[in-house]
Design a protein around this ligand. Structure first.
Ligand code: IMP
Ligand code: MG
Length: 185
C-alpha cells in the first residue's frame, strides 16, 4: 500500500488528483515553451511550497532556461499583514535582462507575489510572469493574477504536492483538503 496512508487519514477529500496534475503540468509546460521561445528565461521557484510543481514543470519546458530559488516570509507588523516580504534566501544572480517566470504553489492573498514582482522589476528584470499550481481567487488582496494557472480551488486549507500544514503533507502526490479538526486541535 501507499506510504501516504498515515497522512491520508487527515485528508477530507482529494481536490486535484495525480492524473489531473500530470495532464495540467504538461499543458502548462507546452504553453510556456511556446510563449518564451528563445527569450532569456529564468524559472524562479518560491520555496518551499513550489518545489514539487517546479520539478515537474521544468521537465515539461522544452526551451532552455536557468533556475533559481527564493525563500521568503511575510512580515507581520502588529496584527496586520503589511504585504512586506522578508527575503530569507535571495537569488544568486543579477536578474537584469531576464524574462522571469515565478513559480508558486498557491496564489492566495497575492501579497507575496505582488511584492516579489515589484522588487524584481526594480532590479532590472525585463519581464515577470507567474505560474501557479493553485489559485484561490476569493482570497485576493493584491491586484495580481497568474499568467499560467493549474487549478482554481475553493477557500479551504489545502495540502499536498508541495503544500504544507505545519511542514507536514508536502509529499502527498495529490492536492487534498485538510480536515478542519487537524488544524483546529
Ligand atoms: P499570499 O498569496 O501572499 O497570501 O501567500 C501565499 C502563500 O500562503 C503560499 O505560497 C502558501 O505557502 C501559503 N498558503 C496559502 N493558502 C494555503 C493553503 O491552503 N495551504 C497551504 N499553504 C497555503
Ligand atoms: Mg509558499
Amino acid at each position: 500500500m501507499a506510504i501516504a496512508t498515515a497522512m491520508e487519514q487527515d485528508i477530507k477529500r482529494v481536490l486535484v488528483s495525480e492524473e489531473q496534475i500530470r495532464e495540467k503540468v504538461a499543458e502548462l509546460g507546452a504553453k510556456i515553451s511556446a510563449d518564451y521561445g528563445d527569450k532569456k528565461l529564468l524559472v524562479l521557484g518560491v520555496l518551499k511550497g513550489s518545489f514539487v510543481f517546479m520539478a515537474d514543470l521544468v521537465r515539461q519546458i522544452s526551451v532552455p532556461c536557468e533556475m533559481e530559488f527564493m525563500a521568503v516570509s511575510s512580515y507581520h507588523a502588529g496584527v496586520k499583514t503589511s504585504g512586506v516580504v522578508k527575503i530569507i534566501k535571495d537569488i544568486d544572480i543579477n536578474p537584469q535582462d531576464y524574462h522571469i517566470l515565478i513559480v508558486e504553489d498557491i496564489l492566495d492573498s497575492g501579497l507575496t507575489l505582488s511584492y516579489l514582482k515589484t522588487m524584481l522589476l526594480q532590479r532590472g528584470a525585463t519581464d515577470i510572469r507567474i505560474a501557479t499550481l493553485l489559485d484561490k481567487p476569493s482570497r485576493r488582496k493584491a491586484n495580481i493574477r497568474a499568467d499560467y494557472c493549474g487549478f482554481e480551488v475553493p477557500d479551504a486549507f489545502v495540502v499536498g504536492y508541495g503544500l504544507d500544514y505545519a511542514e507536514q503533507y508536502r509529499s502527498l502526490p495529490y492536492v487534498g483538503e485538510l480536515k478542519p479538526e487537524v488544524y483546529e486541535k
